[in-house]
Design a binder for this molecule. Structure first.
Ligand code: UDX
Length: 434
């Protein structure tokens, strides 16, 4: 099959490279000429484990191409994927669909012969209808079908999520489009990764419902963490105790500083807006959004508390800035709320992140960026673990103690065992544990 991917962000690039690896001929197009040039030169603009090798192999073997001009790629495609950004619109929280609609117009002008147009971007329910209308209006004679095929890729594990998904959701009523989608995903082991064919609006809602449910699950355990602290229980044991019940499941029950990233914050907000527009408010998700936002602020207070309520003039050593490990993505990372709050209270910030520094420098000002964890905590009054990068799991705590001004650790990801750290002479606080 010939596939064209519009947009070379996280989703477009990973999906394009994976489809090529499945054996399809894929062209990834992007308006950003410098990005395409870098990709053509073998440079990957994002950090995603395994992606550099996957791109390199498929380019070398003649299945993966990059282009600025989409003309040829769209004309020859069996399927054109729209994988452009849908950021929160400034002001009202609705998803901004201008990039999606611009892509639809471009496809309408350039497609040739029966073409399946696949929406991979996360879009509000009804966007597929809108894309279809745009194309019909510009090309009344064209033969095409618009399909919804949401992604469920976790950053940091995106390639294995693409190749071994729990399920693939395909929203379309069109039989020809269904066959094209079946062919595209044929290399999957369909026993393990079923293709779920549903209506287009249903598919669009599945994506939001999945993300909202996971965000709610995290927020639930975060509230249980606060309660655990208050009553003297251990939230990790609570999570295990409930998670072993198959109806609940153990995943996404790690208490922490609140969820961040490119999907959960924006998608929960967009779902709340859509539901309100239709007059059927989703109050659970509204509460999730509010609780998560206030949680990030509360984390700054927790750090202050570890320094007896006053961080003014104190040096805080922060380990991890990205919203989660194995990514350089800083979008809606808890660090973006926590660090400015500490700075406003007079603290000096030293920080280290294995991959996120470049992005962080654009968003967090007056931070002294360091080259490794030990430099980041050198002379610090407190060490704060904000993102659970593996390399922070086995720090040389004696060395940490010897370079810090005072031996205080605030572990917002529950990476360490309290007893171990306290034996080494640290004051230690974490999330929801005695
Ligand atoms: C998410 C969804 O998992 C994916 O299906 C969707 O397509 C895109 O959004 P991603 O944003 O890459 O993926 O990260 P994920 O691993 O889901 O983590 C999201 C946030 O929740 C992170 O800030 C993470 O630290 C936090 N989290 C996750 C917790 O605090 N506790 C958990 O138990 C799990």
């Amino acid at each position: 099959m010939r596939v064209t991917m519009i947009g070379t962000g996280y989703v477009g690039l990973v999906s394009g490279a994976c489809f090529a690896d499945f054996g399809h001929i894929v062209t990834c197009v992007d308006k950003d000429a410098s990005k395409i040039e870098r990709l053509q030169a073998g440079e990957i603009p994002i950090f995603e484990p395994g992606l550099d090798k996957l791109v390199e192999t498929n380019v070398r073997e003649g299945r993966l191409f990059f282009a600025v001009d989409p003309k040829e790629a769209i004309a020859s495609a069996d399927a054109v994927f729209i994988a452009v950004g849908t950021p929160s619109r400034r002001g009202d929280g609705h998803a901004d669909l201008s990039y999606v609609y611009a892509a639809a117009e471009e496809i309408a002008d350039l497609m040739d012969g029966f073409t399946v147009i696949v929406n991979k971007s996360t879009v509000p329910v009804g966007t597929g209808d809108e894309v279809e209308a745009i194309i019909k209006k510009r090309r009344p004679d064209a033969e095409f079908a618009v399909v919804s095929n949401p992604e469920f890729l976790r950053e940091g594990a995106a390639i294995s999520d693409f190749k071994r998904p729990d399920r693939v959701v395909v929203g379309t009523e069109d039989e020809r489009a269904r066959n094209v989608m079946r062919e595209l995903y044929r290399p999957l082991n369909l026993n393990e990764s079923p293709l779920l064919f549903v209506g287009r609006r249903t598919s669009e809602l599945i994506k939001y419902a999945a993300n909202a449910f996971l965000a709610m699950k995290i927020t639930f355990i975060n509230e249980m963490a606060d309660l655990s602290e208050a009553v003297g229980a251990d939230v990790q044991a609570v999570a295990r105790g409930i998670g072993l019940d198959n109806r609940i499941g153990t995943k996404f029950l790690h208490a922490g500083p609140g969820y961040g990233g490119s999907c959960f914050p924006k998608d929960t907000l967009a779902l709340v807006k859509t539901a309100a527009d239709y007059g059927t408010p989703t109050r659970l998700i509204e509460a999730t959004v509010a609780v998560n936002a206030s949680r990030k602020k509360a984390m700054a207070e927790k750090i202050k508390k570890a320094l007896d309520g006053d961080v003014s003039g104190k040096t805080i050593g922060i380990l991890g800035l990205t919203f989660k490990p194995n990514t350089d993505d800083m979008r809606d990372a808890p660090s973006l709320d926590i660090i400015p709050a500490l700075q406003a209270a007079g603290a000096k910030i030293q920080a280290y992140d294995p991959e996120g520094r470049h992005e962080a420098e654009k968003m967090l000002k007056n931070v002294d960026y360091k080259a490794n964890p030990y430099e980041a905590v050198s002379g610090a009054d407190v060490m704060v673990i904000l993102t659970e990068w593996d390399q922070f799991r086995a720090l040389d705590l004696d060395r940490v103690k010897s370079v810090m001004k005072a031996p205080v650790i605030v572990d917002l990801r529950n990476v360490y065992k309290a007893s171990e750290v306290r034996t080494k002479g640290f004051e230690y606080s974490s999330i929801g544990r005695p």
